[in-house]
Design a binder for this molecule. Sequence first.
Ligand code: ROI
Length: 166
Amino acid sequence: MIRVYLGLGANLGNPKQTLLDVMDELRQADFVSQLSCSSLYASKPMGPQDQPDYVNAVVGFFTELAPIPLLDTLQRIEADFGRVRGRRWGARTLDIDILLYGDQTVNTERLQIPHMGIEQREFVLVPLAEIAPDLDLPSGNSVKSLAQSISHNGLHRIAPAPSDHP
Ligand code: ROI
């Protein structure tokens, strides 16, 4: 079993509900063991500013899926959730990024692990530090120290993690 961490993000539709629903689906999925979920955070968009603020969270779990089957599975979940009824049918409302897959490195065209943005993104580091403060990244930096030293850029907690024991 490998411990994996995923970054969740959404800024269309009902982002908070989408992330709570994804956490619920993961908790019940047969490829997921011992799910832990961070709180939900509101964050300013990185990149183009003419878009709504994001809701971001991080989850961790054990899995027996190899990286590519895991990616395929998560992209199916993205497709299921990531569509809103509206003028632009097909607008993406959910992003799921594989941040870490144990301590393994993956460098293919489809998949790069560790995810390149981890150390620069407060909306990844802060929720990751909540569920895995003692984790060291492959760079050798601890998640807790990175989360403490990065600019929070308006990031703030908007909802608790869903209960571990529903
Ligand atoms: N900005 C924030 N705050 N959160 C995200 O999840 C996010 N995802 C993206 C880009 C457009 C880079 N900006 C983001 O894909």
